[in-house]
Design a protein around this ligand. Structure first.
Ligand SMILES: *Cc1c(COP(=O)(O)O)cnc(C)c1O
Length: 361
């Protein structure tokens, strides 16, 4: 044991808790705890990943040009205003590293993603929690929470684990109300699942202090490969690129991401199925007395009468090989977050909750 102290804040970081992936002694486990795409990545992405494996002796492209071009073409964005990272997690880390430090505050909302807190502390800054209202981000509370120390504000939209979202008018009001020298980060990890939502592009284009982050981990089914990106004003992208490792993404990662974006038919299939099965799951649980807010994502937040009931139901589901996410750590102890899986998984969840409510399990 050394007596060597790390930088301030580092020892305050609680390790990230990932979704469980197995249950001792139970076969046929279905993992609905990490909002993964149950259909997997596009077969073309897998093919591109394999093909890129033939050149593993070569260092990858350092500026991600082809991937940024493809993302830009797909979303109608200037590729020079895009940065790619090892998951959007890495872009979040760059933002904290570059714009926050000791003495600074990083705002996140009550039920927000734990990575914001981790990245803020890693940068030596103080994470500050702002309340939400009925599981919805509260723009007024965020504005009221800004102090002269605030450097960054993280808002997940649509939210995780709530599944709810702020509309265009609220996003605009938030961006217009914060000081010009505070960066608002709109985390659009689930943006594709919200019909008609641009993830925050139009807000970024109107406000030079707003940044959007996106990921290939959810809709595109590439969580295992770690690819995300950010879109912002050029000067912010220039700053972030200075701390980015020159070879942070490998060619197989970039090739798979490009192929996934280009396979529009497969993406449309995943979106349609997710929407259909999300209704099936939410309606099925609501009929059993387990409501959820209308979700704009690939998961639902199932509400129980109490923390004890939520935990008891989780235990029953686990016994049936169904892994969902407890979200007490996100301030929602009476809820369970359930990823929309394939049809069989959704029916297994409904049957498991029915058995639990009937006291059969
Ligand atoms: C899943 C998720 C991400 C994506 O993380 P990656 O590092 O891109 O896999 C980002 N933000 C939120 C809120 C998420 O739920």
């Amino acid at each position: 044991m050394t007596q060597i102290q790390p930088q301030p804040g580092i020892l305050d970081i609680a390790l990230y808790q990932g979704g469980a992936s197995h249950v001792a002694g139970v076969a046929n486990v279905v993992k609905l705890s990490s909002n993964e795409n149950p259909f997997g990545p596009s077969p073309r992405a897998i093919e591109a990943f394999r093909a890129a494996g033939a050149a593993l002796h070569r260092y990858p492209n350092t500026d991600h040009g082809p991937l940024r071009q493809t993302i830009g073409a797909h979303h109608g964005l200037d590729p020079d205003r895009i940065i790619c990272g090892v998951g959007s997690d890495e872009v979040i880390t760059f933002l904290c590293q570059c714009y926050a430090g000791p003495g600074d505050e990083v705002l996140y909302t009550e039920h927000g993603f734990s990575m914001y807190k981790i990245s803020a502390r890693a940068a030596g800054a103080e994470p500050v929690k702002v309340p939400e209202r009925d599981r919805r981000v509260d723009v007024d509370a965020i504005i009221a929470g800004v102090t002269e120390r605030t450097r960054l504000i993280f808002v997940t939209n649509p939210g995780n684990p709530t599944g709810t979202m702020l509309g265009a008018a609220d996003l605009e009001r938030l961006a217009a109300s914060v000081p010009r020298d505070v960066i608002v980060v709109l985390d659009g990890a689930y943006a594709e699942f919200a019909p008609g939502f641009d993830g925050g592009v139009s807000v970024v284009d109107r406000h030079p202090n707003v940044v959007m982050t996106r990921t290939f981990s959810k809709l595109y089914g590439l969580g295992g490969l770690r690819i995300g990106w950010g879109y912002a004003a050029r000067d912010i992208i220039d700053v972030l690129n200075r701390v980015r490792g020159p070879f942070n993404l490998s060619e197989p990662q970039m090739a798979a991401a490009i192929a996934a974006l280009e396979d529009r038919d497969y993406t449309a299939f995943c979106l349609d199925e997710t929407a259909r099965l999300r209704s099936l799951l939410a309606d099925g649980l609501a009929e059993l007395g387990v409501p959820s807010d209308t979700s704009c994502t690939n998961f639902i937040l199932a509400r129980f009468a109490s923390e004890d009931e939520a935990n008891a139901c989780d235990t029953v589901l686990q016994g049936r090989g169904i892994l969902v996410r407890r979200v007490g750590g996100y301030g929602l102890p009476d809820c369970l977050r359930i990823t929309v899986g394939d049809e069989d998984s959704c029916r297994r969840v409904i049957e498991g909750v029915r058995a639990f409510k009937a006291g059969e399990a």
